[in-house]
Write a protein that binds this ligand. Structure first.
Ligand code: GLV
Length: 337
């Protein structure tokens, strides 16, 4: 269990927005340490992270979704009192390991909900209306005048949107669909209440029905062993040939190679992807496909939201050193012992 106030020795694995660094510096004070990976573009390998931890006797780790936090990493920092992840998804953390050691792990839910939902829509619209493809076309000097058959895409308004995972972000995506007069189908372990369903014009359906009836399928579930390859060849085969798959959740929820095949063969019409199965690698097949809109995991990347996420992780660390239970603990059971 985290105990009372003591000197903070914080390791930050990559530079985050300055507001959070300033806040931490202020609280860490002259007696403590805030060490930051000096290269903002360098993601430490697991070995590099272990080396840093070993050398620093750190008691707080401020990490990102690109850092795998497992037993080896935790062994290198026996003094650790908190692992604060600047992301809502925390599949990079071995939660069983941190829990067993009585270390709270925290994430940053809520503050990125609307920004991520906005971006799922940006991908959906871009894919449906072929925006990046049309821009490439124009920049390549191929635009010789308005054409009745040029860059024809699919309508969005009035269509059916299937949402896999109807939590905070899934619902925010559905809310935006009401402005496009869409029917929303959703798949989730638990149903939303009636009022939410009514407000969002949303209906809970089995996964097969969602896949078969949706014109757009957008993924908003977390990644865990059960959602690994949730969308693979059989699921893609159920989708309409005019349908689009949007993923702003985690790459490995989709079988990337199967998706490439489905996009190539015309089994589905297109995809909008913010996340990939083996980031930062992207399946080479995707790079060649005009009907895949692919961007480098930026759904939460607005200035306000990144500031808010960064602050939230900083406040979690500060709470622990104030002897408090931090907000957004993903393993609250450590406090129940
Ligand atoms: C980003 O992918 C996050 O989980 O915050």
């Amino acid at each position: 269990m985290p105990d009372q106030a003591q000197t903070m020795r914080v390791l930050m694995t990559q530079r985050v927005p300055e507001v959070a660094i300033e806040r931490l510096r202020e609280v860490v004070g002259p007696d403590g340490t805030l060490d930051i990976n000096p290269d903002p573009d360098l993601i430490w390998t697991k070995e590099e992270l272990i080396e840093r931890l070993r050398g620093g006797n750190y008691n707080a780790l401020y990490c990102l979704l690109t850092n795998r936090i497992d037993a080896d990493v935790l062994d290198a920092a026996p003094e650790l009192k908190i692992v604060a992840n600047m992301a809502v998804g925390y599949n990079n953390i071995d939660v069983a390991e941190v829990t067993q050691r009585g270390i709270p792990a925290t994430n940053t839910p809520g503050v990125l909900t609307d920004t991520t939902a906005d971006f799922a829509w940006a991908l959906l619209m871009s894919a449906a209306r072929r925006v990046p493809e049309a821009e490439r076309f124009l920049r390549a000097g191929k635009f010789h005048g308005w054409g009745p058959l040029m860059m024809v895409g699919q309508d969005v308004h009035g269509k059916t949107l299937g949402i896999i995972g109807f939590g905070r972000i899934g619902r925010a995506v559905a809310k935006r669909a009401t402005g496009f007069d869409m029917q929303v189908l959703y798949y989730d372990r638990s149903p939303a209440d009636e009022q939410t369903e009514r407000e969002l014009n949303a209906r809970l359906v089995p996964m097969d029905e969602l896949l078969e009836q949706s014109d757009y399928v957008s993924i908003h579930t977390d990644y865990n062993p059960e959602t690994h390859h949730l969308i693979a060849a059989p699921e893609l085969a159920r989708m309409k040939s005019t349908a689009y798959l949007i993923n702003t959740a985690r790459g490995a929820i989709v079988h990337e190679a199967a998706l490439v095949e489905a996009l190539k063969s015309g089994q589905i019409a297109g995809a909008g992807l913010d996340v990939f199965e083996n980031e930062p690698e992207v399946h080479p097949g995707l790079l060649e496909l005009e009907n895949a809109v692919i961007v480098p995991h930026i759904a939460s990347a607005s200035l306000d939201t990144r500031n808010a996420m960064a602050m939230m992780a900083a406040e979690s660390i500060i709470a622990v050193f104030n002897g408090e239970k931090p907000p957004n603990v993903v393993n609250p059971e450590i406090y129940e012992k």
